[in-house]
Ligand binder design. Structure first.
Ligand SMILES: Cc1ncc(COP(=O)(O)O)c(C=O)c1O
Length: 442
């Protein structure tokens, strides 16, 4: 019977086309999107609506600290949402208190303000700096070229990249950019109005560039000498991505005299919520004789959703899992292995990969100029986008960083076999591209 009576014809739906068309009609086109509609994930594997499988080496740009559909995050969400999702910051609530204590324990004595995103966390740091310098008429914050600090008006003014500013002038005053990792440039740029220096421990959007030991220690000394605040944007490079809670802790590890190093303020978001939107800034208790932790007194700053019981319960659970499962050590170990692989590619594919850089689970490869790679030269898109597109076709998600760098930001709990599979696929794509090079140019 089964063979004789044909079944009803399958309803063929192109879900990708449908979703894409809805986006084209109804969503502000401010993002250049890849031609992929993702549907679901588990750990470090994601599937699209056509059923194709990808190893996720991007984690939503360093967000999904514990991968996708993590059962413990789901449990924290469900448990807390049965009790209390939101209360105003007009009241006390335990999850926020506990999370603040954990963050302070991991940094240094200080206080935490909770918000919803990285840009918002940085906005808090700008306000903190302005309050700190207010009575002396100081307000200016020096940031680094190639830095990225978010897309709010303050964020694009702070960001050291012209592309985010175009068409949005006039810029919020009070920010100037100086070359990254160049202490002398900072020193020479100080003006009587300067109140703070803001840097990333590892520049993320600027091409995966770690701050040097000398730069961090020099900035600390300069800020102490000149009564400036040293502010760090740890939105992308923080939360154990470097193999320590904060990237400066990893960069300064074992450096004599650096044990007590701490910035005066630090912004965080992304991995902290593992995909649930939460951000925060931490501020040191006492700086230059000022009670910095109390400088933003009642009524001076706020945000409706900042530090909800739900967000804080999730963030606390992520801290718990990272500590319980020793993920800090795993990131260091697997990050070192990854560094070897990426460095080997520089030797193996010199016509394609110019350099490998980064720390822990925040690493990238810098590609040779597009014109030098025949497989990429004819297409009018940056080399990084073209390579990421090829990686998608091969089954890996990775993230471009500017025009030349492809970055890898795996979940902190990625399994060794998934990491190996993912990087193995990247290697295969590089090998194929290498095959397009003329023998003399290899
Ligand atoms: C270093 C850094 N700061 C700030 C931000 C902005 O964070 P958000 O997009 O959550 O506002 C980002 C986002 O990529 C970032 O990488």
């Amino acid at each position: 019977m089964k063979d004789l009576v044909p079944g009803a014809p399958a309803v063929v739906r192109n879900e990708h086309a449908e979703v894409k068309s809805l986006f084209q009609q109804h969503v502000v086109p401010s993002y250049g999107r890849f031609d992929l509609t993702l549907s679901h994930g588990a750990g470090s594997v994601v599937w699209d609506v056509t059923g194709s499988r990808y190893i996720d080496l991007g984690s939503g740009i360093a967000v999904c600290a514990l991968g996708h559909a993590n059962p413990e995050i789901t449990e924290a969400l469900v448990e807390q949402s049965r009790r209390l999702v939101h209360v105003s910051n007009l009241y006390y609530q335990a999850p926020q208190a506990h999370l603040a204590r954990t963050i302070v324990r991991h940094l240094a004595p200080g206080r935490v303000f909770f918000c919803n995103s990285g840009a918002e966390a940085n906005e808090g740091l700008y306000k903190l700096a302005r309050r700190f310098g207010h009575e002396e008429g100081r307000f200016e914050i020096l940031t680094a070229t190639h830095s990225f600090h978010g897309r709010t008006l303050g964020g694009i003014a702070a960001t050291g990249q012209d592309k985010v500013k175009q068409g949005f002038g006039p810029m919020t005053p009070g920010f100037r950019h100086v070359p990254f990792n160049d202490l002398q440039a900072v020193e020479e740029s100080l003006s009587p109005a300067t109140v703070a220096v803001l840097v990333e421990g590892i520049q993320g959007e600027g091409g995966i560039t770690p701050a040097s030991v000398e730069y961090l220690l020099g900035l600390r000394r300069l800020c102490d000498e000149r009564r400036l605040l040293l502010l760090m944007d740890a939105v992308q490079c923080g939360h154990f991505r470097s193999g320590r809670y904060q990237s400066f802790q990893r960069i300064l590890e074992g450096v004599p005299g650096a044990e007590a190093f701490a910035p005066d303020g630090l912004s965080m978001a992304k991995s902290m919520g593992g995909g649930f939107p939460i951000g925060a800034f931490w501020v040191r208790e006492n700086v230059h004789g000022v009670e910095l932790g109390s400088i933003l007194g009642p009524g001076s700053h706020g945000t409706t959703y900042g530090g909800t019981p739900l967000g804080c319960a999730v963030a606390s659970r992520i801290f718990h899992v990272i500590e319980r499962d020793g993920l800090e050590a795993r990131v260091r170990q697997q990050g070192d292995w990854m560094k070897n692989v990426l460095s080997r590619w520089v030797e193996q594919f010199p016509g394609i990969v110019r350099s490998a850089r980064g720390i822990g689970f925040m690493q990238g490869i810098e590609l040779q100029p597009k014109e030098a790679i025949p497989g990429l030269a004819s297409v009018d898109r940056p080399a990084s986008l073209q390579v990421v597109h090829r990686l998608h076709e091969a089954g890996v998600l990775a993230i471009p960083s500017g025009a030349q760098v492809v970055r890898f930001l795996p979940a902190l709990n990625i399994g060794p076999s998934e990491l190996q599979e993912g990087l193995g696929t990247v290697e295969q794509v590089l090998r194929e591209l290498d095959g397009t090079l003329l023998p003399g140019r290899k």
